[in-house]
Write a protein that binds this ligand. Structure first.
Ligand SMILES: [Zn+2]
Length: 212
């Protein structure tokens, strides 16, 4: 009898979950697979030969294989969640740095939260958020945004927060400080921030200067 033996790569599922598939452009389920070489006899895998060759994340919808590092990228859902949280903490920091009782500033904060997708955000949420404000959380929220937002997105984020500060009058030193630490954490330069602030103020009131 002739023995037909050989080697074949086999993928074994290690874990499953949700990830952002760049091919599909959406959140998808995946299988994390370990690739190993197996000895085969009559084309039937008998036992693994040698070490694990590598791992791949396979999209369950389009079948594309990715390097495992792709799992470090947040899913769209978790990214949006993070963006909403970051905006709430950033808005509250800005409100607290200025005049938290100003109706115009509070309205701007509600507007900023709604623009990030928190459509039901209202004054009662804001009262809760102001009381619960923990500014030390801001960095945790902004870290993923610094990576995940494109320059335009970062600009819009800072712009929304600046509008809250400007709603109750020109930016004070402590309001400017909030914007500075915000932009620095997002990776925007001081000059970039100045440009954003100037463009908002000249757009709303050509005669006013936001920076004193
Ligand atoms: Zn896919």
């Amino acid at each position: 009898m002739i023995l037909i033996w050989g080697l074949r790569n086999r993928a074994k599922t290690v874990s499953t979950g949700e990830f952002f598939c760049s091919r599909c452009g959406a959140d998808r389920s995946y299988v994390l697979q370990q690739i190993r070489r197996w000895f085969t006899l009559f084309f039937i895998p008998l036992f693994p030969a040698g070490k694990v060759l590598g791992e791949q994340v396979k999209c369950s919808t389009c079948g594309t294989g990715f390097r495992p590092e792709v799992l470090n990228t947040p899913t769209s859902a978790s990214f949006s969640e993070n963006l909403r949280g970051a905006m709430r903490v950033a808005s509250m920091s800005m409100l607290a740095a200025g005049d938290p009782t100003s109706n115009a500033a509070r309205a701007a904060a509600v507007d900023a939260a709604r623009k990030t997708g928190a459509e039901n955000y209202d004054e009662s949420w804001l009262v809760h958020d102001l009381a619960a404000l923990d500014a030390s959380q801001l960095r945790d929220y902004l870290g993923p945004l610094a990576q995940g937002l494109d320059p335009q997105g970062k600009e819009t984020f800072v712009e929304q927060v600046a509008r809250i500060g400007l709603a109750d009058g020109p930016l004070t030193a402590s309001e400017m400080q909030v914007l500075e630490s915000l932009s620095a954490t997002l990776g925007l330069s001081a000059a970039h921030l100045r440009g954003i602030v100037v463009s908002i103020t000249t757009a709303t009131d050509p005669g006013a200067s936001a920076l004193d």
